[in-house]
Design a protein around this ligand. Structure first.
Ligand SMILES: Cc1cc2nc3c(=O)[nH]c(=O)nc-3n(C[C@H](O)[C@H](O)[C@H](O)COP(=O)(O)OP(=O)(O)OC[C@H]3O[C@@H](n4cnc5c(N)ncnc54)[C@H](O)[C@@H]3O)c2cc1C
Length: 475
């Protein structure tokens, strides 16, 4: 919890700006009550704890513009926040004003001719999915945090999730955005046009910008036809290399939508620590893949799974397979994967990396990285899982059994740099889908090409010369 003295100092140095905000906004649009604010100052991994003198909660784009204008006039710094599920500390204020977008959550329009939806930034991903479904459409972004994360957060982190191999990341699912710029003006890039070659694609600048260029207030999202049937299967494998080989066999037209991989240590954590989770296999396997195919009918789905998995089993590539026979069984299989992060909280401290690699390098990476991190912290336990279908691995390293938690966590930077060196040598990226935030800001500055950093700084300087938007994040 924040010290009272620190908070008082922050308040005193910003008193006129904070007073200006309070008198300009309706009473429901701000709070200084630290008990109400507290849950929004800690995050999922308990890695960052924030502080803020005031949380503002605009209900509309006009109110957001008013907040930003007052902030600019009074030299206040702002941190936008949606669902607070970000994993790199970008949404946690350290004395800045916290701008919560959660009250701006309307679905302004659904158009089934243009196949688009205009959603406000504070709408949760789940609300957007549900609304699409009501119109017999699909919004294919899917993350384990979808009940809490918001569309504004998804856009600002360019979230990935489990369907990237077919539908791409959030960037691929957006036609344009509306945002309040650091000077208080509103940029209206909402459009349902699929073609619009009229210069720079300004909306895209804000995607993955992590709140450093403005506050996204709404977005025009692409909708897709709803799948007739989703066939899910889970298979047991000997090695990560076999998982990558299976991925190639699982591609069947464009029906493959999900290919997630988990190691035995990860599945064991889920079945041990999360209620109602069971290993679907009788015998023991070292690796597991969870696979979805979209099909027109259940019969087609079954046929695709059988056609692909039977020969893979006969050739010894996979050791065992469960083909879901009901929606309940399919949900149970998915929940094993979705609980992977939650289960790791019961496994002592973890040093977590969200990295991406060329898919054909995944198995080599795991072999090299497992040895390298063991050199840094002997007997540490890598739990490598995630979206192998698009090259994204959550390479989480758990503390050695019986070791001291703080001693282990003090190795965070050393382990990370060791992992990033290997990622760099293999042509990967230090951030696949979680972003840079404050966690990887230094690393990005040290490792990104100087031309890229110079361009990013030039964009930031042009749009936010006073550095009022999320000033400690990304660059
Ligand atoms: C259990 C769990 C599973 C997850 N799985 C995945 C996954 O599979 N794939 C994935 O990509 N991520 C995943 N995440 C991370 C997280 O859910 C995503 O990054 C999500 O997009 C964040 O949305 P949010 O609304 O919670 O954003 P927040 O956490 O509130 O903010 C994240 C960043 O976006 C900025 N921001 C938020 N809203 C706005 C806005 N309206 N305008 C400008 N800037 C804004 C913030 O300042 C911050 O920098 C997971 C997280 C958890 C806890």
């Amino acid at each position: 919890m924040i010290g009272c003295d620190a908070l008082r100092q922050i308040k005193e140095s910003n008193v006129s700006g904070i007073d200006a905000l309070k008198s300009a906004l309706p009473r429901a649009s701000w709070t200084e009550d630290q008990d109400i604010i507290a849950p929004w100052l800690t995050e999922w991994r308990d890695k960052y704890e924030g502080q803020t003198p005031i949380m503002v909660m605009p209900e509309s784009v006009d109110e957001t513009a008013k907040i930003v204008s007052i902030a600019r006039e009074n030299s206040l710094k702002l941190v936008p926040q949606g669902g607070n599920t970000g994993l790199v500390g970008g949404q946690t204020p350290q004395g800045e004003i916290l701008v919560s977008t959660r009250r701006m959550s309307a679905i302004r329009d659904v158009n089934t001719v243009t196949n688009t939806m205009i959603a406000e930034a504070g709408a949760t991903l789940f609300t957007v999915q549900e609304r699409a479904e009501k119109h017999n459409r699909k919004f294919p972004l899917s993350l384990a945090s979808e009940g809490s994360c918001t569309i504004g957060g998804n856009l600002s982190t360019n979230a990935g999730g489990v369907h990237v191999l077919k539908y791409g990341t959030t960037k691929d699912l957006v036609l344009g955005i509306e945002a309040v710029l650091p000077n208080g003006e509103v940029f209206d890039g909402l459009t349902d046009l699929r073609k619009d070659n009229t210069g720079y694609d300004l909306s895209r600048l804000f995607l993955g910008a992590e709140g450093t260029l403005g506050i996204i207030t709404a977005a025009s999202l692409k909708l897709f036809p709803k799948s007739g049937f989703i066939q899910r299967a889970m298979v047991g494998l000997k090695t990560a290399k076999d998982a990558v080989a299976l991925l190639d066999r699982c591609r069947h037209g464009d029906s493959l939508t999900m290919f997630e991989v988990m190691p035995k240590i990860g599945l064991d954590l889920v079945t041990t620590h999360i209620p109602n989770q069971t290993d679907p296999f009788q015998s023991e396997h070292q690796w597991f893949a969870l696979i979805d195919w979209e099909a027109d009918t259940e019969l087609d789905g079954n046929r695709i799974a059988e056609t692909i998995l039977s020969p893979a089993m006969e050739s010894g590539l996979i050791q065992d397979a469960v083909i879901a026979q009901s929606s309940q069984q399919a949900a149970r299989l998915l929940s094993l994967r979705e609980n992977m992060s939650a289960a790791q909280k019961h496994n002592g401290a973890s040093i977590k990396q969200d990295i991406t690699l060329p898919i054909d390098k995944i198995a080599d990476f795991l072999e090299v990285a497992d040895k390298a991190v063991d050199q840094v912290v002997p007997n540490c336990r890598p739990v490598a899982f995630g979206h192998f279908g698009d090259g994204n691995i959550h390479y989480n390293i758990a503390q050695p059994i019986g070791s001291n938690r703080d001693d282990f966590l003090s190795q965070w930077d050393l382990i990370s740099e060791t992992v990033f060196d290997i990622v760099g040598e293999m042509g990967g990226s230090i951030s696949a889908e979680h972003g840079i935030g404050i966690m990887k800001r230094e690393t990005l500055a040290n490792r990104a090409h100087p031309t890229k950093m110079a361009l990013m700084r030039a964009v930031k300087q042009a749009i936010d010369p006073d550095n009022i938007m999320n000033p400690r994040v990304l660059i």
